[in-house]
Every structure is written in C-alpha cells, then in structure tokens.
Design a binder for this molecule. Structure first.
Ligand code: COI
Length: 357
C-alpha cells in the first residue's frame, strides 16, 4: 500500500460533542475529539484501519499489555494557520520514533500509510477540534498495545494501534520548581529509556510523587550509575543556558530523543546561538549557578512545549534562576517555534505536514 492509496472506512458521529469544549478554558487531556483511528494486527499483518466514534473499547481481563506493559505511545500536535488549514508538526518524526519504540518492545513495525493516511483522514473529520487560539493545539495520542488474551510472558501475537486527540492549552500552568533526583532512576544503559514505552512513565510516578510532596512540580533524573549527570525531566527533555551557550544532555540509550528537543536545537542553530549536546554534570550546574552563569533552564516536550524552570533543588538547596521575562534564548526560540508551527514563517526544515480542508 502506498501512502496515498489507503482507503479508510469511517463511521462518523451522528452529533459532534464540540459544543462541550470551552475554548478559553481547556484542561490538558480531559476532553477528546469526536473520532479515533483503530487498526489491529493479527495473523502476522496490520489490518486496514477504521475510523470510529471516540469511545470505550472492550478488552479481556487477560489482555497482555495490562499485565506486562507491552505498550508504546507518541505525542504530537496539530495547529491551524490563518487560512484554517491544519498543520501537523513533524508527524514523520513521531512515526519514526514509534517504530523505534516498537522494535525495542517486540511490537511489529507499523506501516507508514496507516500512520500518515490514518492521521490525515482522522484530522479531516475532526478539523473543528483543532483550536485556532494562540497557545492551544490539538494534542494527538497514537499508541500501540499488546492484545493477546493470554497471561504467559511472551511477545503478543495481536496488537491494536489507536489514535485519538484532545484540544489542549499549556501542560504546565506556571514556571516549574524542579528537584534533581539523587536516588531513584528512570533508565539504565541497556534498558528501554530511549523508547516511549508506557512502563517508563508508570515507574516514574512514585519518585515524582515524592518530589511533589516536597513542593516540587517535577524531578530531573540523573544517571543510574553515579547520579552525577543530568538525564531528562519527567515528561520532557531539559536544557540550560550557561554563559550564553545552550547546553543539553546528549541523547543516548537512556534518554528519550525528544522531537521538541531536536526542534529547539535546530532553531537555536538557525539563530546562531551556540549549542552543546554533551554530558552535563550536576556539579557543573551548581558551580554555574554560584558563579551567576546559569542564566536559563527549561524543559522541552510536545505536551510541555517550552516549560520554563524557575527553581532547581539539589542537596537541600533551592537554586533560584533569573526571571523568565529576561530569558532571551528560550523566549526567542519558543516564539520562533510557535511561528513555524502556525505557518507564520517559512518552514525551512520541512517540518509541517499541511492538510488543506
Ligand atoms: C508528550 O509530551 O507528548 C508526552 O508524551 C509527555 C506526556 C507523557 C504528557
């Protein structure tokens, strides 16, 4: 099947729920658009997808993903330009990463036409759900899970790929207080930290809750061997501006290769901002803060976009960073990325997949 020949049967809703959406008061991940895409893998092949009204799915209690976590997901966003076209931001990158995660989790690779054509047809049907409002987007959640009705531990023979979406505003409503994690680990070399595997997020809940109880919104993971080097933050990659250089941990087998991360670094390079992808030690951050050279810190992610970090806690001390308004590097990159995503500036890296209605 080629990318543009897949015919996807669609069962449209009789009555849209869009009237339930308060566009000025959107809470992340609570209201879902009218339709979802569903494709099953069985008898050794991905089957023709279908578009159905968004709704509950019936599953056996023995569904293997529920027991052993053979499940992966993606997060991506769609925007509207001023002509009302839908602009999907870097869907090809999400598709590639989904299949990287799939391989690590023994899930059969998803064909590109199911992903791309499925997305396009789903978004055409749910176009009204893409918010035209600045700062808002349609968040799209593709995921695959193992559906064998079997509780032996082995890769499943059956899977389901689903895509649904929800209009969203900011994931984090305020600048973040984060704490460097000195004990728990998210990921180890040889593990699945680079994959967007459901279990990576489930296992992070307990340490994150501990930090939240101490008054921090999120934690920053450190390496599993020595807790000396910064890895990523919960739900996002993390970046710093130290002495006018944009510095971020290099991606590795223990860090998720964030698509927003990559976009931020590219925009920084386009702007002539010096960028370093390398190991970043906790010690370096503390010393830079002491010397007044830690100018900015922020998280990057599809949901989080660019989430400013106001305070970093380490070893009993809060390091308060300079005011958000004066952060020239992250604020200028965030503004440029917004212009690219909403079609207000030329798309020189071919990041936008446009769906004209
Ligand atoms: C995203 O940014 O899309 C993510 O997947 C993070 C999340 C778990 C909300």
């Amino acid at each position: 099947m080629s990318v543009d020949t897949l015919t996807i049967p669609a069962q449209s809703v009789a009555q849209s729920r869009i009237a339930e959406l308060d566009i000025n008061n959107i809470e992340f991940g609570k209201i879902f658009s009218d339709h979802m895409l569903v494709a099953d893998y069985k008898d050794g092949a991905w089957q023709t997808p279908q578009i159905l009204p968004y709704g509950n799915m019936s599953l056996s209690p023995a569904t293997s993903a529920l027991h052993y976590g053979q499940a992966i997901f993606e997060g991506m966003k769609a925007y509207k330009n001023e002509d009302g076209d839908i602009l999907l931001f870097r869907p090809q990158a999400n598709f590639n990463r989904l299949n990287i995660s799939a391989e690590r989790m023994c899930i059969p690779a998803l064909p590109e036409d199911i992903f791309m054509q499925g997305l396009e047809q789903l978004l055409r049907l749910d176009a009204a759900w893409v918010p035209p409002t600045a700062g808002c987007a349609l968040y799209i959640r593709p995921f695959i899970f193992a559906t064998d009705d079997f509780i032996g531990v082995r890769p499943s023979s059956n899977y389901r790929f689903v895509v649904f979406s929800c209009p969203v505003g900011a994931y984090y409503g305020q600048p973040l207080r984060v704490a460097i994690e000195p004990h728990y680990v998210r990921s180890v070399e040889g593990g699945a930290g680079f994959a967007k595997a459901a279990g990576n997020y489930g296992a992070a809940l307990y340490p994150a809750r501990e930090m939240q109880e101490k008054g921090y919104h999120q934690l920053i993971w450190t390496d599993a061997k020595e807790h000396k080097y910064i890895e990523e933050s919960g739900t996002m990659n993390v970046m710093f501006v130290i002495d006018n250089v944009l510095v971020t941990p290099a991606v590795s087998s223990t860090i998720l290769a964030g698509i927003t991360r990559d976009s931020v670094l590219q925009v920084a390079r386009d702007k002539g901002i010096p960028v370093e992808e390398r190991r970043v030690s906790v010690e370096e951050l503390v010393a830079a803060h002491k010397a007044g050279k830690l100018q900015e810190a922020f998280g990057t992610g599809t949901a989080a976009t660019i989430a400013q970090i106001a305070t970093i806690h380490y070893n009993g001390e809060d390091m308060d960073l300079p005011a958000i308004e004066g952060r020239q590097v992250s604020n200028s990159i965030a503004a440029e990325l917004d212009r690219i995503k909403t079609g207000q500036t030329p798309d020189q890296h071919n990041w936008i997949y446009k769906i004209s209605l």
